[in-house]
Design a protein around this ligand. Structure first.
Ligand SMILES: [Zn+2]
Length: 243
């Protein structure tokens, strides 16, 4: 037992630092600069001291994915902090953390739109049903696990802003936008035993769901300019109701 533990520790120690080849890759990936955004000092490869994103003492692996290129001073400053904590202490937040929080506010449809935009295929779970295996559609969690690192802060901001912008529009303005993009928004199908089945006009929510991810911030600005009369008319109506 003791013998095994010794062996294990020895294995961990040898894996604590990157190999020469990986060091070169890390250095090139960082373009020869300290990766602390507050520093960005140009360093030589000999000066580089790779840091762990997740501390080695806390189970972080010595892999390229878990490594950052740091200068001597920043490596010392990081100490045993994780990369995210280290950045936060200096007033920088890991954009991936921010993106993840933003993605959580989106609907699954918007997440799908974002993934499609980047031609990223997010796979659902493979379910084995008595030898008959099929794949379920990906969950929100699976999208969120996949998209940070692909989606940029700017893109996410525009999706969130577009959604908020769409919510401020009237139904008529939404209809106008849908027509502009040749998008057919379907209302609910009602099955009536007397009249047969018919479709009711789509709701504002259905328009917003369908349009977010397709409509751009620019479109939103143009609808306010191009269809201001529509907005005015709506205001008058709400006013008369209020009276
Ligand atoms: Zn530095």
């Amino acid at each position: 037992m003791i013998f095994w533990d010794d062996k294990y520790d020895e294995y961990r120690d040898t894996k604590r630092t990157l190999g020469i080849r990986d060091k070169q890759i890390l250095y090139d990936r960082a373009k020869g600069r300290c990766e602390n955004p507050a520093c960005r000092k140009r360093i030589s490869i000999i000066e580089m001291l790779p840091g762990h994103k997740k501390a080695w003492s806390k189970g972080g692996k010595t892999t390229l994915a878990n490594s950052v290129c740091l200068c001597y001073a920043c490596n010392k400053k990081q100490g045993t902090d994780s990369w995210a904590v280290f950045l936060k202490k200096q007033g920088y937040e890991d954009p991936k953390v921010k993106i993840k929080q933003g993605l959580e506010t989106l609907s699954i449809k918007q997440l799908k739109c974002l993934a499609d935009k980047h031609h990223t295929k997010v796979r659902g779970q493979v379910v084995d049903d008595w030898g008959d295996s099929y794949t379920t559609s990906p969950t929100k969690k699976q999208y969120i696990a996949r998209l940070p690192g692909i989606v940029t802060v700017k893109e996410l901001g525009s999706v969130v802003r577009t959604k908020q912008g769409l919510e401020t529009l009237s139904l008529k303005q939404l209809k106008y936008l849908a027509a502009k993009h040749h998008i057919k928004v379907m209302g609910q199908v009602v099955d009536d035993w007397w009249d047969g089945s018919y479709t009711i006009a789509p709701t504002k929510k259905q328009y917003i769901n369908k349009l977010s991810g397709i409509v751009t911030a620019r479109d939103l600005g143009s609808v306010r300019k191009e269809a201001p009369q529509v907005a005015k008319k709506k205001n008058r109506r709400t006013r008369s109701i209020a009276r």
